[in-house]
Design a protein around this ligand. Structure first.
Ligand code: ATP
Ligand code: MG
Length: 502
């Protein structure tokens, strides 16, 4: 069988970076093809070449045997290729229907609105999508916004669909629904290019996997010839994966008391309802739960981004419920893709400067009234090294880094503040396995130094591995607190769905 789409020896350079270095990729009809690679390997860049957003320096795109040159995304769409971007291309004040209308305006077939509406309704029914066409986009959850993007592609009758880390923003339930949808498309002969760092998903979906390393394709594997270990080995290669062990510890003092906290509703997310828990010094307190049950609000209140409606937060007897005083005790790292503000980067500034964004007043980084550039650069070198951040040439604005590498910059910066409490909201989302493991090691090392961490995650493996205790959240409340050594996944699952334990 011949591939329907071939990417042949594509090279793409940015100033000082060779993002793609002769990469090849073969896509066959009716397959789910996963692109796997470390942060910065070139996955998104390659997809942007295929999507017509970037033109390659050299190399070819061949469809059904003929070479193509895409000058814009329009060309790519005309050739039957559609992409759901990491950051959705939607007009927030418009309704779902208006957004879809904008996307298909140039298709003569949909000359009449009535015909378009009928076709959309067919799609919604066929794939059992729950969405209201008259709702404005801003009211939708991220998962629903993704469906709008997918409906746009389906109307265009794309043969090849590209999804760049679609599940990074989905709850596990939404992800399952997306997977059923992708499998259904596959059975209809569509081809899907899928990008994810989550091995469980890669194993479940992939018919074929291409592994990318430093801008080159190193291996193509067919289902049956790979497992998680083989893939991880090929992806990371000889790079070191950090190892760590969890030590036994006793906890005797309380570093943070959260008492009867209430917070306001945030869009369609749950608020906090009478949320109380004590954080002990040096412990890792896991917070499990399906995203959207108040976790983001909890992180925002604790890190001072938001004030509670009622309740009290104290540390060592001092009331720190007031926002300003809270920030000097608690640092936060968050991966909330729907909210760039919460990501806490200055996109146009360099990596060096972003790494000291919160400590630029520190004497270490000052020289009389000026910045001490040497110290700032020295600090950056250390952090970049420790976290293996791929930065591009000196002075590159942070926004040009790959998704996972931006995440690493934030983590490095927050941990270098040496907080007594760290609030980590989905800290390893979007990170490759080596980097995720490194973050785990850093949190573990900090635990040895008696830093306390509130680890908010949807990843049960991560929670069970790291936490000293796990509290489960449902609709803004704690439904139970369990010991990771004694609990089961089933027990946590029950608590996550709102049941209480006997
Ligand atoms: N517009 C750009 N200008 C300069 N450099 C860029 C640009 N886009 C990407 N890069 C660089 O190209 C390399 C590949 O980035 P890319 O976003 O393709 O990685 P990725 O495999 O998608 O990683 P991740 O898993 O973190 O999303 C990185 O070193 C990145 O910094
Ligand atoms: Mg990417």
């Amino acid at each position: 069988m011949e591939p329907i789409l071939k990417i042949d020896s594509v090279v793409k350079t940015f100033p000082g970076v060779r993002a793609l270095d002769g990469v090849c990729l073969n896509i066959y009809e009716g397959e789910i093809h996963t692109l796997l690679g470390e942060n910065g390997a070139g996955k998104s860049t390659l997809m942007n070449v295929l999507n017509g957003l970037y033109s390659p320096d050299s190399g070819n795109i061949v469809i059904d045997g003929s070479p193509y040159i895409f000058k814009s995304p329009k060309d790519s769409i005309r050739a039957g290729i559609g992409m759901v971007h990491q950051h959705f291309m939607l007009v927030y004040s418009h309704t779902v229907f208006e957004n879809i209308l904008l996307a298909v305006e140039d298709i003569p077939f949909f000359f009449s609105r009535k015909r378009l509406k009928k076709r959309i309704t067919e799609i919604i029914r066929k794939f059992n999508i729950s969405i209201d066409l008259d709702e404005p986009i801003w009211k939708l959850s991220i998962g629903q916004q993704q469906w709008v993007e997918l409906i746009k592609l389906l109307l265009r009758d794309c043969r090849v669909l590209i999804l760049d880390e679609p599940t990074a923003v989905l709850t596990p339930q939404e992800a399952d629904r997306l997977f059923r949808f992708l499998k259904q498309l596959r059975s209809e002969g569509k081809s899907i290019i899928f990008i994810s760092h989550k091995m469980r998903e890669v194993m479940e979906l992939s018919d074929r996997v291409t592994i990318l390393k430093k801008g080159s394709s190193v291996k193509e594997l067919l289902r049956g010839s790979f497992d998680e270990n083989i893939l991880a080995g090929l992806m990371i290669g000889t790079d070191d994966v950090p190892v760590w062990e969890k030590t036994e510890k006793t906890f005797d003092s309380i570093i943070l008391s959260i008492e009867h906290l209430y917070a306001d509703k945030d869009k369609n997310m749950s608020d906090l309802i009478d949320f109380s828990i004590d954080l002990r010094k040096g412990e890792i307190l896991g917070i499990a739960g399906v995203a959207g049950n108040g976790q983001k609000t909890l992180a925002e209140v604790l890190t001072g981004l938001k004030n509670p409606k009622a309740g009290k937060i104290t540390t060592g007897g001092t009331d720190i419920t007031n926002a300003d005083s809270r920030q000097s005790h608690i640092a936060g790292i968050a991966h909330v893709p729907e909210d760039r503000k919460a990501m806490g980067i200055a996109p146009e500034m360099s990596v060096d400067d972003n790494l000291i964004l919160k400590s630029y007043k520190n004497k270490k980084f000052r020289k009389l009234f000026m910045q001490n550039r040497k110290a700032i650069e020295e600090n950056a070198r250390e952090q970049i090294d420790a976290f293996a951040i791929k930065t591009g040439p000196k002075g590159t604005p942070v926004r040009l880094l790959s998704g996972g590498n931006i995440q690493k910059v934030i983590i490095a910066r927050e941990l270098s503040l040496r907080p007594s409490v760290l609030v980590a909201l989905y800290p390893t989302r979007g990170l490759d396995i080596g980097s995720a493991e490194y973050v785990h090691k850093v949190i573990m090392d900090a635990r040895e130094q008696d830093m306390s961490t509130i680890l908010i995650s949807e990843d049960l493996d991560e929670l069970l591995k790291l936490s000293d205790r796990i509290a489960v959240m449902f609709r803004g409340e704690i439904t139970g607190v369990v010991d990771p050594k004694k609990t089961t996944r089933e027990e946590i699952g029950l608590l996550m769905s709102g049941e209480t334990l006997p």
